[in-house]
Design a protein around this ligand. Sequence first.
Ligand code: NAD
Ligand code: TDX
Length: 336
Amino acid sequence: MNILVTGGAGFIGSNFVRHMIETYPNYYIVNYDLLTYAGNLENLKDIESHPNYTFVKGDINNRELVDYLIKLHSIDVVVNFAAESHVDRSITDPNIFVKSNVLGTQALLDVAKANKITKYVQVSTDEVYGSLGETGYFTEETPLAPNSPYSASKAGGDMLVRSYYETFGMNVNITRCSNNYGPYHFPEKLIPLMVTNALEGKELPIYGDGKNIRDWLHVKDHCAALDLVIHNGKPGEVYNVGGHNERTNNEIVHLIVEELGAPKKLIKYVEDRLGHDRRYAIDPTKLTTELGWKSKYTFETGIVETIQWYLDNQEWWKNIKEGTYQSYYEKQYGEK
Ligand code: NAD
Ligand code: TDX
């Protein structure tokens, strides 16, 4: 199988590329990524010269280049990770979210359709379902009700993918995963931000009352789910991905502080995120019963392993934090 992975230099995409290269010695992976602030080829340093792997820099909106690559490498499957992914950035600058997440998806679908590829997988998010109350779970039937410009743009992309199945009969799947954590997670997101700030002795900014709940899944469990969907997903179907690991942000931050032995006084409650969703929780029954997926990581082991990864790979995150990300951080949190 020859697979075009778009957005493969980001957090989940790079873990997925590594998973596929290690699992399938006969597959060929083309990683196509624009290398925005979030794209980082350091994430794939260990496999950059693997014979079954190649990287090409480009935008998913560049139809000519995507078309050329699909033909050149006889691509069978497209897996789209490419997106603007940070909710806070979508609040301050929504335009790029529509360009990459909506228009980019449509461009990719058009080129994939014209080349009659065998499968298109859209990597989406549970955030398209909006926010839950204290009980209940998101199923694949939950109506879409996105609340942030980020989730609205992801929902827009999902709707286009759905329409290419209904209108053109394209073999598509949409996956909607809960919050991922693990190695190579960009340090603007909650877990890597708190771990790296604690290591640097910086404040740990918790939005609002810290009682918002996220459903955490190790990135490698997400990659295994995507592998199953690529091979066994039924045409046109949506699959939710999650491992029943609900935690409040307060719990996450306290766990990190304790694990690192950092001073509790670093924790600082700051102004809430606008439109902050209260709770996400995934019902993964369809994925487990129809495709046989099961998460391998418990949160207790996964988080300790992840914190250790940040301890062992300080150069990786220090390079990011000392680069252009610094100016975003100062704008978002008002301090160095
Ligand atoms: P990320 O921000 O770490 O990576 C995104 C990658 O896409 C980067 O390498 C970036 O350079 C690339 N990219 C952005 N715009 C592009 C464009 N126009 N053309 C080509 N490449 C482009 O994001 P992530 O956390 O790895 O998320 C990957 C995907 O998974 C996203 O679609 C996101 O919506 C989805 N998702 C993420 C999570 C999570 O917890 N991180 C959960 C569920 C779903
Ligand atoms: O400094 C912070 N303080 C804080 O309290 C940051 C960055 C976050 N938070 C809170 C907001 C959320 O309740 O932590 C929670 C998690 O925040 P993020 O890491 O920004 O993730 P979230 O907004 O839940 O979205 C993530 O999961 C779904 C990914 O970034 C998305 O790409 C994915 O679709």
